[in-house]
Design a protein around this ligand. Structure first.
Ligand SMILES: *[C@@H]1O[C@H](CO)[C@@H](O)[C@H](O)[C@H]1NC(C)=O
Ligand SMILES: *[C@@H]1O[C@H](CO)[C@@H](O)[C@H](O)[C@H]1NC(C)=O
Length: 281
């Protein structure tokens, strides 16, 4: 026996819950524009899933409607399964114009069973050449994993499933440019890069396997949105003052020791005149 009053209050509570769930769930329709790929980028499941695909004719891509000036961005990605050699799935923040800033994740595909490379780079006021590359401690094509970019005035942190893999500190006090004056959009795309992506371009894309598809869900931008020359921040700003605590620093060391396969900061052949200043700071 359910009284009318309690049935009403149950209905009311379900409505409240439904509204709360809707407002907190990421929705690709609200947050992203499809920018290229002629139907190869698709938003599905009421906005909860985004897929990008690539075939011989074209890849595809999206960008956020908003521009951000600092934030913590999370996105779950399931990379192209099977033979993904030659393909690159990109996920990055970038400003526009010359002397742009950019914070990049690029996932370089491989033959079935061979490891993906997670390639990272960072441009500050037009200058990049700051690559670090990693293998993952899991197969990134089997499940969704969370890839995050934290960008605040102190540092930039790339993380995977909450484990920091790379940190770039603000060393402006030593004359090293730091990205902090240009708002950035988030972009994601899937494209063919078989001239360099897999084993340096030795392994080409096998087009008999096309279309290649990467999937995305649970986009979350805990960030300051930049609009009409003003920044408006989300009420939860815990990320803004974030520094790596000792537990996170230990995780970062673990990843760099066991999974880092390239670091521009140790590439003395590439920088015969001396390593970039942030490497020795
Ligand atoms: C692909 O697999 C080969 C062989 O294991 C490896 O050397 C390479 O780093 C892997 N990843 C890419 C993107 O080339
Ligand atoms: C604030 O955001 C952090 C992640 O950036 C999250 O872990 C925490 O739960 C949030 N707190 C509140 C009160 O929403």
């Amino acid at each position: 026996m359910v009284s009318l009053a309690s049935a009403r209050s149950t209905l009311f509570m379900s409505l409240v819950m439904a509204i709360l769930l809707v407002s907190s769930a990421a929705n690709f329709y609200n947050d992203f524009d499809i920018t290229w790929g002629d139907g190869r980028a698709r938003i599905l499941n009421n906005g909860n899933l985004l897929t990008l695909s690539l075939d011989k004719t074209s890849g595809s891509g999206v960008q956020t409607k908003n521009e951000y000036l600092f934030g913590k961005i999370d996105l779950q990605i399931k990379l192209v399964p099977g033979n993904s050699a030659g393909t690159v799935t990109a996920y990055y923040l970038s400003s526009q114009g010359p002397n742009h800033d950019e914070i990049d994740f690029e996932f370089l595909g491989n033959l079935s069973g061979d490891p993906y490379i997670v390639h990272t780079n960072l441009y500050s006021q037009g200058t990049g050449n700051r690559e670090q590359q990693f293998y993952m401690w899991f197969d990134p094509t089997k499940d969704f994993h969370t890839y995050s970019i934290l960008w605040n005035p102190q540092h930039i942190v790339f993380s995977v499933d909450g484990i920091p893999i790379r940190e770039f500190k603000n060393l402006e006090s030593r004359g090293i440019p730091y990205p902090k004056g240009q708002p950035m959009r988030l972009y994601s795309s899937l494209w063919n890069a078989d001239d360099w992506a897999t084993r340096g371009g030795l392994v080409k894309t096998d087009w008999t396997q096309a279309p290649f598809t990467a999937s995305f869900r649970n986009f979350n931008a805990n960030a300051c949105i930049w609009a009409s020359g003003k920044s408006s921040c989300n009420s939860n700003m815990t990320w803004y003052l974030d520094e790596l605590d000792s537990t996170s620093q230990n995780k970062l060391k673990w990843v760099q020791k066991n999974y880092m396969i390239y670091n521009y900061c140790t590439d003395t052949k590439r920088f015969p005149q001396g390593l970039p200043p942030e490497c020795t700071a």
